[in-house]
Unconditional design. Structure first.
Length: 523
């Protein structure tokens, strides 16, 4: 009886509270200390409190924008041309003369020169693989919660964060390609783990590089289980349950079953690696974005006479916030926090997907990557915000709203103008969640393989754990999942941003090299 008493007590609590609530309590108590540390607030006044993690994110993005002479604007057209394939012949020259060693580090198998490998996926596929992890539920639920707390003005600061984030994304994805590993089979291993360890070694900071790389690897694994997995499936389940009848739904209180179904589909895709993932995302992502943006445009056209007033609310709220906790600073914090969670600029995750690109010029992919925050935040998030404002679904009295309610708020906003669209949105959300999960599984595996090796045993161990977390995420209530997801994503930024600042001159060299190659082609 003594041995079985804990199990009996646990079972009794499950009956009384429900499995999902009990899982949430256990998960929350295990991760609460970490969440509190990452989101420690620096108090400036009674009403103004700012998360410390936002400082390096904002300061770093501003620094890169100035250091690279506003590459986020002047490199925009070049980025589009690269994705279109206008400069493919530069990337696929038979000689690496002038391109430099794109994978320095010492081991013979790491160099593209010796192995004659250029990467695994195209510029477009790398972009869609990374976008599939960024364009998603942060654009739908994240925007709603930012506006529910910060009002319409939070939209302005989200847009500013998007533009600044373009520079951070350029830097990290250039480094991701420059310092990637390519094994004897042509399989690419890249991301902050590699440019932190190898890049800082070149700066005679080998010890610091190893520590930062190790910390990032741990955080990206946690981020893949949290924000890239549990948060995604949880949001998808919330909307599916709601649209199929809420408490009358077949899935009511069966989050584990929904999670099991999604886990099976995720498992089928992620077994194939980045090539399989890219083949799925380069079809799903454009389709999802087109549907979502088309619906947003349709509503904006229907209510075109209110667009001017919506922008007036955005600008007025950004600089004259009244009646909102923290005033203007509070609005700014909400805008930057949600934008960072949505586009992940400065976090380092996207550089993992971009590092697998077929190119011999690292800066070419950095330029492609800067399109991500623009598409994700400046375009998609702004459209969501305009729809919420125009349809009257911005209510700053909902400061206690969590993301589960926020995604329903967005669904209702679209439904108020297009009665049947919540059903389409539900399908889009499931696809958004699915594509984000398969891309984040790749990110997490890269961190896992860096720490534990690249054997098949380690690969399948990670992928099995990832699929189990899909089930846990769907079965949990959102509170602990959201807190852990946010914390892990922002924790990745700390070691990454330190490395980006130190290695910025290397990126400038790569940019000059690539721009010289483009000029030579035009000559």
């Amino acid at each position: 009886m003594v041995l079985f008493l804990p199990f009996i007590t646990f079972a009794q609590e499950i009956v009384e509270k429900g499995l999902d609530q009990k899982i949430d309590e256990i998960f929350g108590s295990a991760t609460g200390w970490f969440v509190s540390f990452i989101f420690y607030q620096i108090t400036f006044s009674e009403n103004v409190k700012v998360y410390w993690v936002l400082f390096p994110l904002i300061i770093g993005a501003t620094y890169f924008t100035i250091y690279f002479k506003f590459i986020n604007f002047r490199g925009f057209l070049t980025s589009i041309k690269i994705v279109k394939g206008d400069y493919d012949e530069i990337d696929h020259v038979t000689s690496l003369e002038g391109a430099g060693d794109s994978t320095p580090g010492g081991d013979a198998i790491e160099t593209a020169r010796i192995e004659d490998h250029e990467g695994e996926v195209s510029h477009f596929q790398a972009l869609t693989a990374a976008l599939s992890a960024t364009v998603g539920l942060g654009n739908i639920a994240g925007v709603a919660i930012a506006l529910s707390i910060g009002g319409a003005g939070a939209t302005f600061w989200m847009i500013i964060a998007g533009f600044l984030g373009m520079a951070s994304k350029f830097v990290e994805c250039t480094l991701g390609v420059k310092y990637r590993d390519i094994d004897e089979n042509g399989k690419v291993f890249g991301g902050p783990m590699y440019y932190l360890s190898k890049g800082l070694k070149e700066k005679n900071l080998s010890g610091l590089g190893k520590v930062l790389a190790g910390v990032f690897a741990v955080m990206v694994i946690g981020g893949s289980f949290g924000g890239g997995n549990m948060f995604q499936v949880n949001q998808a389940f919330q909307l599916v349950e709601h649209i199929t009848g809420a408490e009358a739904s077949f899935f009511h209180n069966k989050g584990w079953l929904f999670g099991l179904i999604i886990a099976i589909f995720v498992g089928i895709v992620i077994i194939g690696g980045i090539k399989k993932i890219a083949k799925v995302t380069d079809k799903i992502v454009p389709f999802m974005v087109v549907i979502y943006v088309a619906a947003s445009i349709f509503i904006l056209v229907m209510k075109y006479d209110q667009i001017g007033n919506a922008f007036a609310q955005i600008f007025d709220g950004a600089f004259n916030a009244r009646g909102i906790a923290g005033g203007v600073v509070g609005v700014l914090v909400q805008g930057f926090k949600r934008a960072a969670f949505s586009n992940e600029a400065g976090i380092g995750s996207a550089s993992i997907a971009h590092s697998a690109v077929k190119t011999k010029y690292a800066a070419s992919e950095g330029l492609v990557a800067l399109l991500e925050p623009f598409i994700d935040t400046v375009v998609v998030c702004t459209m969501t915000a305009l729809v919420l404002i125009i349809t009257g679904f911005v209510n700053t009295n909902n400061s206690g709203m969590n993301d589960a309610q926020a995604i329903l708020l967005t669904s209702n906003a679209f439904g108020s103008a297009i009665s049947w669209f919540p059903y389409v949105l539900t399908v889009a959300v499931v696809l958004f969640a699915f594509s984000s999960m398969i891309s984040w599984s790749y990110y997490g595996y890269q961190g896992w393989s860096y720490l534990f090796g690249r054997t098949k045993k380690m690969e399948y161990t990670y992928k099995t754990l990832f699929c189990l977390f899909v089930i846990i995420g769907a079965a949990s209530t959102l509170n602990s999942v959201l807190a852990f997801s946010d914390a892990m994503i922002f924790a990745m930024m700390v070691p990454n941003m330190i490395g980006l600042v130190i290695l910025a001159p290397k990126v400038k060299d790569e940019l000059n090299k690539y721009m010289s190659a483009i000029k030579a082609k035009k000559a």
